[in-house]
Design a protein around this ligand. Structure first.
Ligand SMILES: NC(=O)c1ccc[n+]([C@@H]2O[C@H](COP(=O)([O-])OP(=O)(O)OC[C@H]3O[C@@H](n4cnc5c(N)ncnc54)[C@H](O)[C@@H]3O)[C@@H](O)[C@H]2O)c1
Length: 419
């Protein structure tokens, strides 16, 4: 948390309406808007933007039915297409950015330029130039005293806050090893329709394309990777790993992998092992464990946190009773800061660097190389298309059989990293 610093007074506490715009009206955008309304502040949704009209309209209907007059979005403030975000951002005091992450750097940059407070979903980019763009905009946000929350909700979850504070205060000594996991069954496929252009198909199936999603090590496992970085209080200096496509093969699954196993090595020699996979019908696991010189720790998003000493005695067990919902807590803190004209929230550094950790992990697995943080951070490999238009082509397209090229370590690595 930043120290409490007053921002230029814009809101008369409690009476002025805080205007909100939603950019990216899908599942999480809808959820984030519910969470914003649950903040208890005097807010109104005044603008919505989505690449697709059908997605915007169905989310509008859901929100209007639930929140009535607090959803004040006439057709003139519903913006459809790739450029809609610009007008929606102008209409608001706070913007909720919940598109696929490939667009996040561009949308965050625009929101900061326009002087808006931001809630942005994780991850904050899909490639390294995107991370740098977010970090540059973050500097400007700081100068302008704009509060920024990143949707790594474990940072707002009481069990993590309490246990990691104790770890950082030395309760289990120095952490020299850890294991972080997101092993689950995977997500939706939206079948190709004959009338779709390649751009529309990829946009509808954004999870399977790196320019939109970043692969699941970035898109989803960033949550657990961020816990490793938070516990360590630093970022890795080198990353290596292995991954492949085992279950999700074939034309429905774009270019991404379905499993990654990665070692994150920190400057003190400690190593955190990170594992994520999307396999149906096998053991699932989503949590984090750490070993230290005077004990060990177990953490999980199911509100659990336990610390043991070196002899195996329990020294802390988190009590989940009455803990707030972490998704709502993000918005409670953000909207309270805005309503009180305070500048107290800046999640950009850990949001950007934990995203970067995932991106470097992906590159290490795709290329089979050991990747040094300091070398990777200058990468110019930009995954985004030259042009955002429905008839434009993304950089990765299928072959004549409809199958997408995918990375094979040691073979076709030039698309993923320099040299
Ligand atoms: N924190 C969490 O636990 C959590 C959970 C789920 C999703 N997420 C994140 O939220 C984001 C969205 O995921 P989702 O599950 O809601 O996906 P989704 O497909 O349900 O929604 C994404 C929406 O963004 C729209 N969109 C795409 N490109 C756009 C553009 N350029 N401009 C405007 N709109 C655009 C899509 O049409 C769609 O309606 C992702 O970054 C995802 O990682 C976070």
């Amino acid at each position: 948390m930043l120290s409490t610093m007053p921002v230029s007074g814009v809101f008369a506490a409690g009476s002025d309406v805080i205007k909100v715009a939603l950019v990216g009206c899908g599942g999480r955008g809808t959820g984030a808007t519910f969470d914003a309304f649950a903040s208890g502040q005097n807010i109104k949704l005044v603008a919505m933007a989505d690449a697709f009209q059908d997605n915007l309209e169905s989310t509008y209907k859901t929100l209007k039915a639930k929140f009535g007059d607090k959803v004040d979005v006439p057709d003139s403030r519903k913006y459809v297409g790739f450029d809609g975000y610009k007008a929606a951002i102008q209409d608001a005091d706070v913007v909720l950015l919940a598109t696929p992450p490939g667009f996040r750097p561009m949308h965050f940059e625009e929101a900061v330029k326009a002087g808006k407070h931001v809630f942005m979903e994780k991850p904050i980019a899909v490639d390294i130039p995107g991370v740098r763009k977010v970090l540059a905009a973050a500097k400007e946000a700081k100068q302008k005293k704009l509060n920024v929350v990143v949707g790594l909700q474990r940072r707002y979850q009481t069990n993590y806050r309490e246990a990691i504070k104790r770890i950082q205060d030395g309760a289990i000594g120095d952490v020299f090893a850890g294991q972080v996991y997101w092993n689950s069954g995977g997500v939706w496929v939206r079948p190709r329709k004959p009338e779709q252009t390649e751009m529309e198909y990829q946009m509808r199936n954004w999870f399977y394309f790196n320019w939109l999603c970043g692969d699941h090590i970035v898109e989803q496992h960033v949550h657990n990777i961020d816990i490793a970085n938070w516990v360590k209080g630093k970022y890795p200096v080198s990353i290596q790993g292995t991954g492949s496509r085992a279950h999700r093969t074939g034309k429905d699954y774009g270019e991404i992998y379905d499993n990654f196993a990665v070692e994150l090595t920190y400057d003190d020699g400690s190593v955190v092992y990170s594992q994520c996979r999307h396999f149906e019908g096998v053991a699932n696991r989503v949590d984090e464990t750490f070993q230290a010189t005077k004990g060990r720790a177990y953490l999980s998003a199911s509100n659990r946190a336990i610390l043991w000493d070196a002899q195996g005695n329990e020294i802390y067990r988190h009590d989940p009773k009455g803990n707030p919902n972490a998704y709502q807590q993000e918005h409670k803190e953000l909207f309270a800061a805005v309503a009180n004209n305070e500048y107290v929230l800046d999640d950009t550094e850990h949001g950007a660097y934990s995203t970067l950790t995932g991106i470097i992990g992906r590159i290490a697995c795709y290329t089979g190389k050991v990747i040094k943080w300091d070398e990777a951070i200058t990468s110019e490999v930009d995954l985004s298309p030259e042009i955002y238009a429905w008839d434009a082509l993304p950089k990765i397209v299928p072959d004549e059989n409809g199958v997408y090229p995918y990375p094979i370590p040691g073979k076709n690595t030039e698309f993923y990293i320099e040299k």
